[in-house]
Design a protein. Structure first.
Length: 343
């Protein structure tokens, strides 16, 4: 939590040496005690903002779908590049579209412009205009505690899930890279030691040195072969188990075709009770002449679902089977039998 006296720090830090590192000095001793540390910056590009950029690993830029917001993102990107060049610190940037009014054509036009310009930097989640967000701020509460069923709460819940999913994928990739780097360094270090040992030995002791070197290399080779053999056995076992599970469950699954007419759409997903309302690549639809569709294997039963067209949740207009959910939206219903269904 902050207070109004923070506004005076700009002037107090202006003549300080290392003024851009003050926030780092405060957060570095305690940052390992938290999973995430969120720093809310004022809409200005002063010393406090530079401090926040210097201590951060990721920058979330909330923007409205307007031309002036796009120009502001460009200016902020210039500051990020300056911090990288001057302070040798890289910050990953992500753009979050907020206050999106799905009733206006202008909003969708600007959404397309943002996606063309910033592409992968934009979150899939879009925060829509919702009066509950303003009411929660007036009451001094989080939107989830004020009204957890409103559209704004649902949007921020989707944003949190998307951020965590990306962070888990990043950690897995970094772990793999670290292990690979460690193996390479070990091989490099072992090679260097072998070469030094060979250079120091004279010709009279050359055979003895080679025997000493050959022995650990042989042990290492045998150990590597053992590890490779164990890994292959585990992979074969895993493959057989997957094949067995697929064979056992194949007769209980039916391919269900989900489809919707959405000419001009950039991305379409389907999500529902069959995947716990999650959003990933397995539920992305493919486009063919304005019609988006995908096949999903489902067990027999009745499922609730919605389409997400360019970040906007929609029920299936071609399916008359519907029901109202706890959020006040409409869910479409599909009953899956042993035969293939088309949605």
């Amino acid at each position: 939590p902050s207070n109004i006296l923070v506004g005076t720090l700009e002037q107090e830090l202006s003549d300080e040496i290392g003024r851009e590192l003050k926030l780092s000095e405060v957060l570095n001793p305690i940052k390992n005690e938290y999973d995430y540390i969120l720093i809310d910056c004022a809409p200005s590009l002063g010393i406090l903002t530079v401090n926040a950029l210097r201590v951060s690993d990721q920058l979330i830029i909330p923007v409205e779908t307007s031309r002036f917001s796009m120009q502001g993102v460009d200016h902020l990107m210039d500051i990020v590049d300056l911090v990288k060049d001057r302070l040798n610190h890289s910050v990953k940037c992500q753009v979050l579209l907020t206050m999106f009014d799905s009733r206006l054509r202008h909003s969708f036009a600007m959404l397309s412009t943002f996606k063309e310009k910033f592409n992968e930097l934009i979150y899939d989640t879009i925060i829509h205009i919702n009066v509950k967000l303003k009411e929660a701020a007036v009451m001094g509460k989080t939107v989830s505690s004020y009204d957890k069923y409103c559209r704004g709460s649902k949007d921020y819940y989707s944003l949190a899930k998307e951020m965590i999913a990306k962070e888990e994928g990043k950690e897995s990739l970094e772990k793999t890279r670290a292990e690979t780097k460690k193996v390479r360094e070990g091989v490099k270090e072992a090679t260097r030691k072998v070469k030094e040992q060979q250079a120091q030995e004279d010709s009279a002791k050359e055979m003895k040195a080679q025997e000493k070197i050959a022995s650990p290399i042989k042990d290492l080779t045998e150990r590597i072969n053992e590890v490779v053999s164990e890994v292959r056995k585990e992979q074969d076992l895993s493959s057989r188990m997957k094949k067995l599970v697929l064979e056992e469950t194949k007769e209980f699954l039916s391919k269900t075709l989900f489809s919707i007419e959405a000419p001009g759409a950039k991305s379409v997903f389907v999500t529902g009770s069959f995947n716990d309302w999650s959003l990933d690549e397995t539920c992305r639809l493919k486009e063919n002449n304005g019609r988006w569709q995908t096949d999903i294997e489902l067990k027999p039963g009745i499922y609730k679902y919605q389409f997400i067209v360019d970040g906007v949740w929609k029920e299936d207009p071609q399916n008359p089977q519907k029901e109202r959910n706890s959020f006040g939206d409409i869910n479409s219903l599909v009953e899956v039998s042993a035969n293939t269904d088309e949605i």
